[in-house]
Write a protein that binds this ligand. Structure first.
Ligand code: GMT
Length: 380
């Protein structure tokens, strides 16, 4: 099939899922066209099956806000016509589903019927889309999508609760390419980060408020009071400065390393013992899945779709949002005992294998087929 994918090209989870999906679809013989404002960060190689079309938004002094949706829908119309695209898959409802719908409408005027699949990722529903300033447009674009998917059962339920949705929503969880991660790989260069006797605790995110970054630091503070440990903080975002200040304040500066954004997540997870994800809300928690496939146990909050990934008492532990004391207690329990830690690490790897891309990719192919077949009947 010829598939156009619209996503955010940054380090966020929705962009990562969209990019990895596109790469995997191309490997299966589909022709994939990414349409976005920058080449997605995880998209390294373009080839005859993977194309990238940049959306340009020229500056014009009249505009206080540059009209990205307009430029995106125009680019979609041109790309769909030029390459004979058969399905349009937009990741993250805002503003992609809205722009996609406009492209659909414009194309219909020319007798071209393009079905649109919208994948809901989380904050497009729970934080941003929920805002009264956006809600009508988000509801409209969800209802005008030919197929709607969500990355967890919890996100599906939240969408139904928050919006007046007429469409059915298909749950297709986040996935991982297990072949990329060999369980026997041990050359992790752990010594670069910690001494022999120290445990390595890791957090990876975009450092937004929703990630509860101060909780990460406070949990680690408790851990390091009980056993030798280092904390590795990976990512960039608005909460990073405060986190650095909090580490200084708690006297942790020499035990916490801030690495910034990284394309070497797997190398970092390879030498990690424990992953912390105390988020306020999390539709799925792709970062936790990436940790688990690298044999890292997870301490997380019990919120959103996280329990669909991190199994309490098996792959890690879940605590109420903000319960730093409980998360620290569970972390110490795991890190104190080599055997317990190893069991949880192995369980984490095994549970993550259920989300192998080979299991998930056919679910997307199925919805593409379904959308393509019904392209004439659906709502305009
Ligand atoms: O929160 C992030 O890290 C970024 C965000 C995004 O939209 O890019 O991630 C969301 O989508 C991911 C992929 O589907 C999910 O795994 C994350 O749980 C979800 N984030 C939230 O719901 C806060």
């Amino acid at each position: 099939m010829k598939i156009a994918i619209v996503c955010y090209p940054t380090f966020g989870g929705s962009g990562v899922v969209a990019t990895e999906l596109g790469i995997a679809l191309a490997e299966r013989g589909h022709e994939v066209h990414f349409v976005t404002y920058k080449q997605p960060v995880r998209l390294e190689l373009l080839n005859s099956n993977i194309h990238f079309h940049e959306v340009h938004v020229p500056d014009y002094p009249l505009f206080r806000y540059q009209p990205y949706e307009l430029a995106l829908s125009s680019k979609l119309v041109d790309t769909i016509k030029l390459y004979g695209i058969e399905v349009l898959h937009v990741h993250y409802a805002i503003p992609h589903a809205y722009a996609g719908y406009m492209a659909k409408k414009m194309l219909k005027e020319e007798g071209i019927y393009i079905p649109m699949i919208t994948t809901l990722h989380g904050t497009d529903i729970t934080l941003v889309g929920n805002h009264p300033f956006y809600k009508s447009a988000v509801t409209f674009s969800i209802n005008k999508s030919d197929v709607v998917t969500s990355v967890s059962a919890d996100l599906k339920q939240k969408t139904l609760d928050i919006f007046d949705v007429e469409n059915d929503i298909t749950v297709i969880p986040n996935f991982i390419d297990t072949t990329k991660y060999s369980p026997g790989y041990t050359d992790c260069q752990r010594s670069l980060m910690a001494n022999e006797d120290e445990r390595i605790v890791t957090h990876i995110s975009n450092f937004r408020k929703v990630k509860r970054i101060p909780d990460v630091v406070k949990i680690f503070d408790q851990i390091q009071k009980n056993l030798p440990a280092k904390l590795i903080m990976v990512g960039e975002g608005p909460e990073k400065k405060n986190a650095e200040a909090l580490c200084e304040e708690l006297g942790l500066a020499d035990k916490v390393v801030f690495l910034g954004n990284s394309n070497e997540i797997d190398r970092i997870l390879c030498f990690s013992d424990l992953f912390l994800l105390p988020s306020e809300s999390e539709s799925f928690g792709l970062a936790a899945l990436e940790a688990m496939i690298n044999k890292v146990a997870v301490i997380s909050s019990n919120t959103g779709g996280i329990p669909e990934v991190n199994q309490n008492g098996v792959t890690g532990f879940l605590s109420d949002v903000g319960d730093v004391a409980d998360m620290a207690k569970n972390a110490i329990y795991l890190l104190k005992d080599d055997n317990i830690l190893e069991t949880f690490k192995k369980n984490a790897r095994k549970a993550a294998e259920n989300f192998d891309i080979l299991n998930i990719l056919p679910l997307y192919e199925e919805v593409y087929e379904q959308a393509y077949k019904s392209r004439f009947k659906n709502s305009y």
